[in-house]
Design a protein around this ligand. Structure first.
Ligand SMILES: [Zn+2]
Length: 181
């Protein structure tokens, strides 16, 4: 999950681009965030484009299951959005279609790419996590179909694609002819 789609005005680059990333914790949905909006219901974390901040929900469900791989994947996904920002992918792709009929498709490809980047990171450190392979298999089953983030099967596909590749080279969702619905 992530913040509302960015707007060109909200994401205008400063003259000197910083790679700095901030981390913020919240204890409940609906609380105000640094994004200027309330934390969305059903989200675990969001990335605020305007402040380059990952906002993570730390409610009692999280605090009683801190070893859940889903939490690791959530942070990885949001960090993927930060990489998309730093690399200029956001500007080159999504903002080009802002308020056009292609906006929804671009946004979905954008989310699927963040998920692939998340998988790439998890794959690159998987051995050091010392977790059973079943944990990753379970992770791929957690999503549901969302128009903004794609079908659950495609979400799982891109997560796994990045995981297998262990790097971002497998994550060009914008060139993909399938698996982006
Ligand atoms: Zn996202």
């Amino acid at each position: 999950m992530c913040n509302n789609p960015p707007t060109p005005a909200a994401t205008a680059r400063p003259a000197a681009t910083s790679t700095h990333l901030t981390f913020e914790r919240l204890r409940g949905c609906g609380a105000a965030t640094c994004c200027g909006s309330k934390f969305p219901k059903d989200a675990q974390a969001i990335y605020c484009w305007t402040t380059k901040t990952i906002v993570f929900l730390l409610d009692k469900d999280v605090l009683t299951g801190t070893s859940d791989l889903f939490l690791f994947e959530s942070v990885s996904h949001e960090y993927g959005h930060h990489v998309q920002w730093l690399s200029g992918i956001m500007e080159a792709s999504y903002l080009r279609t802002y308020r056009t009929p292609q906006q929804g498709d671009s946004w979905r490809r954008f989310e699927l790419q963040a998920n692939c980047l998340s998988g790439a990171f998890i794959g690159s450190v998987w051995r050091s996590l010392k977790r059973p392979q079943s944990d990753f298999a379970d992770l791929r089953l957690l999503r549901e179909d969302l128009s903004t983030h794609g079908k659950a099967s495609n979400y799982a596909y891109w997560l796994n694609r990045g995981f297998q590749a262990k790097g971002p080279g497998a994550c060009n969702t914008f060139a993909a002819k399938s698996r982006v619905s």
